[in-house]
Design a protein around this ligand. Sequence first.
Ligand code: DP6
Length: 329
Amino acid sequence: MPPLRATAIAHPNIALIKYWGNRDDALRLPAAGSLSVNLAELETVTTVEFDAALTDDMVTVDGSAQADAVCQRVSAHLDLVRNQAGLKLRARVCSRNNFPMSAGLASSASAFAALTLAGAQAAGLSLTPQALSALARRGSGSACRSIPGGFVEWEAGSEDRDSFAFSIAPPQHWALVDVIALVSRSPKAVGSAEGHTLARTSPLHAAYLASAPGRLQRCRAALLNRDFALLADAVEADSNLMHAVMMTSAPPLFYWEPDTLRVMKAVRAWREAGLAVCYTVDAGPNVHCLCPTGAAAEVARRLSADLGVSQVLTATPGGGARLTDTPID
Ligand code: DP6
């Protein structure tokens, strides 16, 4: 008999080289590889409990019962777990985040990583780290990168089984800090699932993909050699190009707010004046300012005092998804 109940913790990750666009939307097979780092201070904790008394899956996030669209996406993911485990029971899913959802802070990554690990454990599945990462990918592409720890690469792969993420360096490899300028807390209008399907409508998408392996290679080398100048160059180029694809798809997607651009320009000016910092922006308006630990306090101070950013979060490289004995109720 499987344990039927399990709880897992996962961190969101910030992509240094982004995932934007799929080769296969249904399987979430990406069009290119990506690189990320997990964010230790931000976390999702999820309990999955399979229960014979339930007729439907029930999903609660941060104390609120979720709308149909969220429940359906979670149920579809649990179906993959149930099919692999030969289990028919419905589940109660209870999840908590210590950061705002759907605001470009990658809550779907930590959400589906925690759901996958808790669901697989509760259903009695015994999966390799690679199989667990590939399974998390089916729920949300970037979730596969929240299964391993530290600095993580997701190789695009060619089919379901070989498209998974793995750690290229542990969290303590490089004391980088992500100083996050929260310029807006409102949920984004167009989610990334829909955005990925639009990527191919941009005339820039082909150029983005053709140049992606080179950027990934430069970024990987920068990380492994702790070369901040090279990292800044690759990370900003990749973020800019992804947003160029977004802005030129049909319909176009504009995730930046005026404050997003203001922070991006300030970060470049600060770097030119000698402060080691660079930016990257996901599918939302908030700006992730990456810097070595020594620069973090000054970056946070300038964001608040000079630019008037009302909320600044700080996160350091984090570990992978893990089980815990403390359930969410
Ligand atoms: C801009 O993994 O959230 O954050 O698979 O549809 O859930 P779904 O998409 P998701 O896309 C992430 C997009 C991104 C870039 C990245 O994290 O690589």
